[in-house]
Design a protein around this ligand. Sequence first.
Ligand SMILES: C[S@@+](CC[C@H](N)C(=O)[O-])C[C@H]1O[C@@H](n2cnc3c(N)ncnc32)[C@H](O)[C@@H]1O
Length: 214
Amino acid sequence: MGRRALPKLNPKLDYSDYYDEIGRLPDDWKLSTLFDPTIPLEVELGSGKGLFITTASGVCPERNFLGIEIRKKYANYCAAKISEAGRDNAFMLQGDGLLFFHKFLPDKSVDDVHVYFPDPWWKSKHRKRRVLNESYMQDVIRVLKDEGRFHFWTDVEEYYLSTLELLKEFPVLKGPQPVTAKPAEHDMDYRTHYERRTRRYDRPVYRSLYVRGC
Ligand SMILES: C[S@@+](CC[C@H](N)C(=O)[O-])C[C@H]1O[C@@H](n2cnc3c(N)ncnc32)[C@H](O)[C@@H]1O
């Protein structure tokens, strides 16, 4: 399944308050310049077209949401979407989420980490490019608060099973806990665009949830 072209953005829309680039952050950048640390924070790596961050930030206005997307045009698109929706609890960063987690997210600063339908990198020689690798999972565990949650969904069974195997090496993450899918009530009632596409093709979605122990 290929990717559909992104719809055009309204050229008059100023979404600069919702967008920055990891490559422009100073080395001593602080998360507190974006979000009040007393408010729960959810971080999504690989936001794609931004359905999750746009919807979730509307459903949970009492929490903050940070999306990270490496592809510039998608990161811009997500920022425009959250700006159009008038969210004051969401922000997009363009750049490498793995680097951002490692360098900029403080210990025990995040309540939920979301990774939905990460690029599968099918060929075995490319597998090392997968975002769900040992070093990233160490950062996920470091940044999650006690009882914080790690959400991972994919349509690639092999990626799902090999990640579950990898996560066995981290017993502090309790899971996988069962996640039940509900029927979609409207055309955009999916967690992400990739979930929407996968379910519309009647293909299975593999979902897991882990909770960080204390
Ligand atoms: C297959 S798409 C899924 C998008 C979205 N999560 C969804 O479910 O619709 C994977 C996304 O992760 C982004 N991505 C890949 N590596 C990344 C990284 N290191 N940091 C941030 N985003 C990344 C890709 O650009 C792409 O938009």
